[in-house]
Design a protein around this ligand. Structure first.
Ligand code: MRU
Length: 337
């Protein structure tokens, strides 16, 4: 954020167009989270922090009342994303402590810096798990686009690649919005990591044929018992991985851990528009981004955005503090808003 304007990479246009959205007030920033101009755990959190800061900096008469309303509005945008609540609570508490609006700016910048630092640390710990010539499968996008920098699931992959471990990545396309095919593949291309996009339903086949050495995914919310909410489809990968004895890791900073909930059953799953399933976006022959219907015209669709992977299916959780067994999460993290 600079001069109360929040600058965001427009992820809806990637990989076809790289553009920066300038968001002038908290309403616009709220909309950018809601319509997924910005998405990904850390990126949502930091954007929410700055959105609330924009509201706090507005010169309103009943400022506190206005800020509480704005906070509720921001938190309603993406209900599954723990980083969002983590960030809004921190900024709000920093502001009300001494009633100084500028304290919100300091806190938001702190959250952004932490996000970057934590992801960098995740790269060190996760890289230790990656052996030479490993073929790694990932789902959705948990790279630098999804955070301030580095990413969660992808940051160990980038480090392993920089250390010339000759790794290869299978990128789940991740229907319905194709964050894998559009965003992860684009990031990997930019980082010179060998990869191929696979249809979501090809993963078990590859595992059965001993083509996958490990799986790393990100997380949107982690419960106290180590259950993980992540992009829809994650659960299926975890079940197959367990069956075929393939290590299944989740990478996430502590800001994604929700110590207020005992297990994954308490996580609210966001339902998104059926249009994401029924329509696809791509480049037309004139080089313009176009949306087309790809399903039976009179059918409707259901679109849960996340699923819950039970702790027992997860080999370990890679965090900025190290790699933990799911049952140990509650002993090492204590953040409660
Ligand atoms: O639908 P999205 O793109 O908002 O999905 C959320 C995610 O980015 C993923 O679940 C991701 O794997 C974890 S967040 C880094």
């Amino acid at each position: 954020m600079k001069d109360e304007i929040v600058f965001l990479i427009d992820q809806n246009k990637l990989p076809f167009e790289f553009s920066i959205l300038r968001s002038k007030n908290y309403k616009e920033t709220c909309l950018a989270i809601k319509n997924m101009t910005v998405r990904g755990a850390g990126a949502i959190g930091v954007t929410a922090a700055f959105a609330l800061t924009q509201a706090i900096l507005e010169k309103r008469k009943n400022l506190l009342e206005f800020v509480i309303k704005a906070k509720n509005e921001i938190e309603a945008t993406r209900p599954t994303a723990q980083n969002l609540f983590f960030a809004t609570n921190r900024v709000f508490n920093a502001f009300i402590k001494n009633n100084i609006p500028e304290d919100a700016i300091i806190e938001s910048n702190k959250i952004a810096k932490e996000d970057e630092d934590f992801c960098k640390k995740i790269s060190y710990f996760g890289n230790k798990l990656i052996k030479k010539n490993y073929r790694i499968l990932t789902h959705c996008n948990a790279g630098w686009l999804a955070f301030v920098d580095y990413g969660s699931a992808l940051s160990p992959i980038y480090l392993a690649n920089k250390e010339n471990k000759n790794i290869f990545v299978y990128v789940d396309e991740t229907r319905p919005r194709s964050q894998g095919a559009r965003l992860t593949a684009w990031e990997l291309e930019n980082e010179n990591v060998k990869h191929k996009i696979i249809p979501d339903n090809a993963a078990s086949y590859l595992m059965a044929n001993k083509k996958v050495d490990m799986i790393i995914v990100g997380a949107d919310r982690i419960a106290k018992n180590g259950d993980v909410a992540n992009k829809i489809g994650t659960l299926g990968k975890a079940i197959s991985a367990k069956y075929y004895n393939i290590p299944f890791y989740v990478a996430a900073p502590s800001s994604t851990i929700d110590m207020n909930i005992e297990n994954g059953n308490q996580i609210k799953i966001e339902e998104r528009s059926q249009d994401e399933v029924l329509y696809q976006k791509g480049l037309n022959k004139d080089g313009k981004i176009e949306k087309i219907l790809v399903c039976s015209p009179n059918s409707s669709a259901i679109n849960p955005a996340f699923d819950i992977t039970k702790a027992e299916l997860i080999t370990g959780i890679i965090t900025e503090k190290g790699i933990f067994k799911t049952e140990d999460i509650k002993n090492f993290f204590d953040y409660k808003a």
